[in-house]
Ligand binder design. Structure first.
Ligand code: CA
Length: 223
């Protein structure tokens, strides 16, 4: 498995890298938030150990940006002892688990194993539609082999269209899929999201079926 370790304190970072590598994983390390954000955005990791107190960009902001960009790898955050607000903020920002400092390396490795196990239970799926390729596990989209940055709403929308490519999906169906809460559902906003997604995809990928909804088709090399 590939693990990213983000910790600004050099001694602890070296210990984490060593322990996780000894457990049989490939480990990459970052010492500040900006570098961490970049690595997590452009590379695929099976899990991330993320310290919250980081130079240049704090850990919570790093996590929020990854999640907003649809990066959904499991993240274990390292928080200051007794700072329960940090744990709450971390979970809200999309952390999968947390561990308070100082911790025993054995406990960190056990938490990491649990995260990787849970992650493994979600079968990875690759969906294709012409030049578009969507990896459900890494939450990543490629067009003609090039990464396509999408917001989390755009990603969810495209995932549903790809899962059911060729079928016409109504705006209501798309809205139900995108919004967790009834109160947020507004099928008019779907039009906006579809419009944005359409601009990013090869021309002709999303067809409008008047009065019914939208359909994803193989636009081939028309673009
Ligand atoms: Ca720190």
């Amino acid at each position: 498995m590939r693990i990213l370790v983000v910790e600004d304190e050099a001694t602890l970072r070296a210990q984490l890298v060593q322990a996780i590598a000894d457990a049989g994983h490939t480990v990459e390390a970052a010492a500040d938030g900006r570098e961490a954000h970049y690595q997590g955005e452009v590379e695929d990791f099976d899990a991330v150990v993320l310290d919250l107190g980081l130079p240049l960009l704090d850990g919570l902001s790093v996590l929020r940006r990854w999640r907003a960009a649809g990066r959904n790898m499991p993240v274990l955050i390292l928080t200051a002892r007794s700072a329960w607000q940090e744990k709450v903020a971390g979970i809200d920002a999309g952390a999968d688990d947390y561990l308070a400092k100082p911790f025993h390396m054995e406990e960190l490795l056990a938490r990491l194993r649990a995260l990787l196990r849970r992650q493994g239970e979600h079968a990875s799926a690759q969906w294709h539609c012409g030049p578009i390729q969507l990896d459900t596990r890494a939450a990543r989209v490629m067009v003609d082999g090039q990464p396509l940055p999408l917001t989390s709403h755009e990603f969810k929308l495209l995932a549903l269209l790809m899962q059911r490519k060729g079928e016409v999906l109504s705006r209501t169906e798309l809205a139900e899929h995108i919004y967790a809460h009834d109160s947020d559902r507004d099928s008019n906003t779907i039009e906006v999201f579809v419009g944005r997604l359409r601009k990013k995809l090869p021309a002709g990928s999303i067809e409008t079926v008047r009065g019914l909804g939208y359909r994803l088709v193989d636009a081939g090399t028309a673009a």
